[in-house]
Design a protein around this ligand. Structure first.
Ligand code: FES
Length: 120
């Protein structure tokens, strides 16, 4: 029997590379995980829709903790890249993914606006 498939509205990845860990990314991931659990936003909760995992280095080591988010939008796959991430901002990104609202602009460094979605 195949594993259960969980549909999600977006996927958040918090870097756990050594530079980001030195800037607190492990605690950030733990706090965000607990928040998603408590608010029933996690994809495996009733009514939840957000997937959260860790990642290896995301290539912005001097600006961590780094987080990226991917989600499907009517116009295509949207990605958001964040530097100097903290818990309040990460929880707002998760809420935006859950509600399907625009991603917060604060601390977002990519992709550049001139790159149209789906062109790369
Ligand atoms: S260690 Fe996090 S971006 Fe490199």
């Amino acid at each position: 029997m195949p594993p259960k498939y969980y549909p999600t509205r977006g996927h958040l990845l918090v870097c756990q590379g050594s530079s980001c860990q030195a800037r607190g990314s492990s605690l950030l991931h733990q706090a965000l995980w607990k928040h998603l659990e408590r608010e029933a936003l996690s994809y495996y909760k009733q009514g939840g829709s957000v997937r959260l995992t860790t990642s290896g280095c995301l290539g912005a080591c001097n600006h961590g903790p780094t987080m990226c988010v991917y989600r499907q939008r009517p116009e295509g796959l949207e990605e958001g890249w964040y530097a100097a991430m903290d818990f309040p901002l990460a929880s707002r990104v998760a809420q935006a993914v859950h509600e399907g609202t625009p991603l917060p602009a604060e601390h977002r460094y990519g992709p550049p606006e001139e790159i149209p979605v789906g062109s790369h």
